[in-house]
Design a protein around this ligand. Sequence first.
Ligand code: SF4
Ligand code: SF4
Length: 93
Amino acid sequence: MALQIVAACVNCFACVEVCPSGAIVEAKPHFLINAKQCTECDGEYADPQCASICPIEAAILDASGVPLNPIGSLTGIPLALLAAREEVHHARS
Ligand code: SF4
Ligand code: SF4
């Protein structure tokens, strides 16, 4: 079982220091989690430390591919508003 960092990651380094397993790899284009080293913080912390500190929504997924910080969970911007902005953006381009 391991978490996964995906393309939304902005390589901010915040998660690297808090990972108790040293599982986070500085890579391009975005950081990665070494699945062999990630313990999901099981037995050490109540919550995965990387996801707890990550400032970017949907940058870290659980083992099922579900974002630990889903869209709207950090910014509070409602999904409907984001979708409406996306439509305006597409209409202009
Ligand atoms: S869940 Fe825990 S062990 Fe796994 S990468 Fe994140 S901080 Fe490291
Ligand atoms: S804290 Fe989030 S955005 Fe920053 S490097 Fe880690 S996964 Fe990427």
